[in-house]
Design a protein around this ligand. Sequence first.
Ligand code: EPZ
Length: 429
Amino acid sequence: MDYLLIKGPAVLDGTVAVSGSKNAALPMLVASILSKKFVQITNLPRLSDIDFTLKLLVELGGNVRMIRENNSISANIEFKDTAHCVAPYDLVRKMRSSILVMGPLLARYGHVTVSMPGGCAIGARPVDLHEMIMRKLGADIDVSDGNFVVKCKKLKGSEIVFPFVSVGATQAAMMTAVLAKGTTVLKNVSTEPETVETGHMLNKMGAKIHGLGTENLIIDGADSDTLPGTGDPIPVIPDRIEAGTYAIAAAATGGKVRITNAIPGHLEILIYNLRESGVKVDVGDNHFTVDAGSVKSIKPVDIITAPYPGFPTDLQAQWMSYMCIADGISTIDEQIFKNRYIHVGELMRLGARVKLSGTVATVLGNRKLKGAPVMATDLRASASLVIAGLVADGQTEVHRVYHIDRGYERIDEKLLSLGAEIERLREGD
Ligand code: EPZ
């Protein structure tokens, strides 16, 4: 197993290019199940979650051909008239988003068995909305041995009102309803860029989804077994969470970093908060620069996580590392995954002081962080530990780095190119 050795403090300086978005790529890969023609998806990031999803598609009977390019991969995917419509626990427990295959397999092949994912490090994470969608669209769904066993002759359009915004449930509903008979109305949906991109991809493949990017969607079902498909390559959008992580790292280290291949419009709330903290942010069309070189003292800024365009839960842990060195007290209110504070104990090992009360974390700033060995517990928690390690005096070892490899492409190389002293080592070396 690898770990990262970071020697701090660092001042990040230079340019970093953002990779394709993991959380857009996952539903887009799964959406390819619905296409009659092969689908080509480009700008996939080189991440373990992407490799895993491609293997899952092969397991389900897809023909998958990967083309490695310099810094990314493309995949050609084709699903024929028969498939192996089973996603067992062994696969789903390794990557929760595997549940997304349920809708498209059901819609195209009329039956599917998918294991229920169970909880994970960031909380219980129920999938009741996914179950509700299948029922509302007319499927029979049984729970047996921890699996959803789902069947339907022909799905029928329906009205689904979500009780709260769910990224995965919105994507699941779109991918199921596009082949239903008649019209489906989805209310209170996710407007996250990853969801909107998945919708655009479905439309390029022949779906009729109206209202993408708004809270309500109207889907005219295709009333056929497949979407006609497109031969055109479909690129994955840049990863806003990766971009945001480098932006926070630049601010926290008092550095100056130009972040390229990015869509700054997807990060308006982060850019606003960075400016509130006293940092200069210059925004271009597909790049932005965070300049904290002349910042004497970082202003504490309170955040509340919320669905897009609110502050992303996937940047909450990184923001906490930043606020540890702010000049005063700040609060974080985690409203998406209410227990997503597993990084707090590890940050405290580096000298952070954080008090937790329900969903609110009070971060006592003005801390001098000091390097220590810490343990990554999930993807974004690992990113917060890396940022804290860059800021801290001395050596920080971030163990269980496989968590970070799920979602940050070559993070050690990218940070090294920005001037950090960071090394990937093997446990026991
Ligand atoms: C997606 O997860 C992302 N994952 C997460 O990124 C991200 O944190 C999350 O959206 C929120 O932005 C992928 O895109 C693969 P949700 P998802 O359904 O779709 C509750 C990362 O680090 N809920 O929007 O699973 C749920 O428990 C990851 O990259 C139900 O109660 O999140 C949560 O409180 C982690 N029942 C809230 O909804 C359901 O059936 C929002 O979760 C579904 C969700």
